[in-house]
Each structure stands twice: as structure tokens, then as C-alpha cells.
Design a binder for this molecule. Structure first.
Ligand SMILES: [Mn+2]
Length: 354
């Protein structure tokens, strides 16, 4: 296994590459869409969404990807994956809308370019509402600021305005009103169309497409169906599209928040079957309908046991800390990440330098 760090677009800087290396990470997972553009902040603080996306295609061009890869390599790191398509590039793939075919062609070219440049994994979240309904508070050890979900709060139930998807506005001039609800059958049909178009291209390009589970894992959010809101839906996703390129962006925290399943047996099965693209690692206390994110060494998940299972099954991909509580200091995001990376590095050493 390899230790990695995820960086948002505005954080893809020399200083953060040095930070990653100094914490012992060898790999980077890069976000290319400019959410949280005003700086690292607690996701979910802004109920109006994560910003406007221009759907900038140039950022995803072969030249831009090659530049990013060499910049990261010059810093002594490896670019392991890209995380999340820009909502502006695939909203009608998620919605099954009129631009779907044209957008699928764009996504295919991105995957071909990733393969040509040598970026082996594309992480995606096939979700219309995206992250929603979080509240922030002193939920982690010592009153560290973190996020949680309490369904009874009733937060995050408002319908999604036109021109918005996955928490981002792709059309600021969209007419008043809300987008029509998508049910489970439609959402799975939209996923199958995406897989049918992309998976053969991904296989040929040597790129894995890695699906993130729903966060929060509720059956619906903001009136829209969720896709992977119980562990059995990962099994369905793999069974429906058996391609070896069909992988999980395995988010341990989101899985722990689900009300069904045995997380250790599930991770064992998926890693034995070669279904793990890369791993998001974090801890959580509780599960839907009420849970709170906590530090990696508190909460319900036996993190060393998860890492032991992945190691035993020969998983040789990248594990990154997912979001962490904010540590009270001048650099709360960095301190939170440094804490999680140090913990993970010690666990890797325990496993024999996994
Ligand atoms: Mn995650």
C-alpha cells in the first residue's frame, strides 16, 4: 500500500507538495475542479453550495494533465489519481439530459488523455445532490471542529435549484425553479449509460474508474435518489459492469455511516476481488440517521483492522486521509492531515512497510 494526500485544486502548490513529502506521503490525489476556491474550509459550511464552475475543459487537456504530472514528479511525488469530474462537464450524464452524449465524448477523451499521460485512476461520485445536510461543530476529541449529519435536523432537504448539481452551480443564468427529481431506477440507468460508454475506453487506456459511495449514505437527498447508500450497491455496481476497470474509491467513513453491512467483511471481499481503486480513510461515530466525523484514532472504525485486511489481500494502491477534524492552530487543515498521515504511516510500518 502507498500513502497519499488529496489536494484541492487551489492547493496544488510547491508548498503543499513539500508538506505531503514531509509527512511521508509518496502519492498525490488531485482535484481539478475549483470547489473551496476561497481556501480550505470546512465542507458543508456553505449551504448555498461549493461555488460556480465554469466547466473549464482546458484544465483537463492532455497538455495540462502532463504539466500537472511532471510538476508533482519534480517535487518527488507520484500523481496517483484525479478525483471528481467537474460538474460542468457531466451534469447531463448524471441527469440523463440532452447533452449527455456530447458530455460522454468529452469524458472519454479525458480518460484517453489520462491513460496517455500515465494517470492510472479517475475517482468519481455518481451523485446528483452530492454532499448535503452536514452541520459543523465541536464533534471530535477535545472539541475539534468537525462535521456531522443529523437527519432529524431537516437540513439539506431543500430541492436543488436549476443550474446546480453536486453542490456546484454550472449555469448561473438558469431560470427560476428546481431540477426534476431522479429516482433510483433512472439513476442506475444513467450510471449504466456512463459505464457502457466509458468502461471500454478506460480499459483500453489503462485507467481505472473508481466510484465513491454516497456521503451521507441516505436513500435520497434533496429529493434525488442516491446510488451507493448501502454496501450491497457496491456489489451491484461491480456485478452490473464486470470490467476490471470498474473500481471503488473506497471511502471507509461513508461505509461506516451506512446502516447495513459488516465493513470488515465487505472490505475483505472487495479487496480480494481486486475492486479497490484507492482508499479514503477516516473515522466516524454513529451511522445514519445520526453520525459525526472524528479523528482517525477515535470513533467506531477499527482502522488498524481495515489496513490489515487491505494489506493481507495484497492491495497495492493508494490510501489517503479523507477529511479530518480541524486541529486548533494557525493551520487547522494541515495539522489535521499531518496527524492522520503520521498515524497511517505508523500503521504501514506495523504491517511491514506495506
Ligand atoms: Mn470520502
Amino acid at each position: 500500500m502507498k500513502l497519499g494526500l488529496g489536494l484541492y485544486k487551489h492547493m496544488l502548490t510547491e508548498e503543499n507538495y513539500a508538506f505531503a513529502r514531509q509527512c511521508g506521503a509518496t502519492h498525490i490525489v488531485a482535484h481539478l475542479t475549483d470547489y473551496f476556491a476561497d481556501g480550505p474550509r470546512l465542507p458543508g459550511q456553505d449551504r448555498a453550495g461549493w461555488g460556480i464552475t465554469s466547466g473549464d475543459r482546458e484544465v483537463w487537456s492532455r497538455d495540462s494533465l502532463a504539466r500537472l504530472k511532471s510538476e508533482i514528479e519534480a517535487a518527488g511525488l507520484t500523481l496517483a489519481a484525479l478525483e471528481n469530474f467537474d460538474p460542468g462537464l457531466w451534469y447531463d450524464v448524471l441527469l440523463g439530459g440532452p447533452e449527455r452524449d456530447a458530455q460522454l465524448e468529452v469524458l472519454k477523451q479525458i480518460v484517453r488523455d489520462m491513460g496517455a499521460v500515465g494517470i492510472p485512476v479517475m475517482g468519481y461520485n455518481f451523485s446528483i445532490a452530492g454532499v448535503a445536510g452536514w452541520s459543523a461543530g465541536p464533534f471530535a476529541r477535545g472539541g475539534a471542529q468537525s462535521v456531522g449529519f443529523v437527519a432529524a435536523d431537516g437540513r439539506g432537504l431543500d430541492p436543488i435549484p436549476n443550474g446546480m448539481i453536486w453542490n456546484m452551480t454550472y449555469d448561473p443564468d438558469a431560470p427560476e425553479g428546481t431540477i426534476p427529481p431522479v429516482d433510483h431506477d433512472q439513476l442506475w440507468a444513467n450510471l449504466h449509460a456512463f459505464h457502457a460508454a466509458l468502461m471500454p475506453v478506460a480499459e483500453e487506456a489503462g485507467v481505472q474508474l473508481a466510484a465513491h459511495p454516497d456521503d451521507p449514505p441516505m436513500p435520497t437527498m434533496r429529493g434525488h435518489a442516491r446510488l451507493i447508500w448501502q454496501p450491497q450497491f457496491y456489489d451491484k455496481l461491480f456485478a452490473d459492469t464486470p470490467s476490471p476497470a470498474n473500481r471503488a474509491e473506497l471511502c471507509i467513513g461513508s461505509l461506516a455511516e451506512m446502516s447495513e453491512g459488516d465493513i470488515y467483511a465487505d472490505v475483505d471481499r472487495w479487496s480480494r476481488d481486486g475492486r479497490v481503486g484507492y482508499v479514503h480513510l477516516r473515522n466516524v461515530r454513529g451511522q445514519v440517521p445520526t453520525y459525526h466525523e472524528v479523528f482517525i484514532d477515535e470513533g467506531d472504525v477499527d482502522v488498524p483492522r481495515i489496513l490489515s485486511i487491505l494489506h493481507r489481500n495484497g492491495f497495492d494502491g493508494v490510501v489517503i486521509p479523507d477529511h479530518t477534524p480541524q486541529i486548533a492552530c494557525a493551520a487547522p487543515w494541515h495539522a489535521g492531515m499531518a496527524y492522520a498521515l503520521g498515524y497511517m504511516r505508523a500503521e504501514f510500518a506495523r504491517l511491514g512497510g506495506a
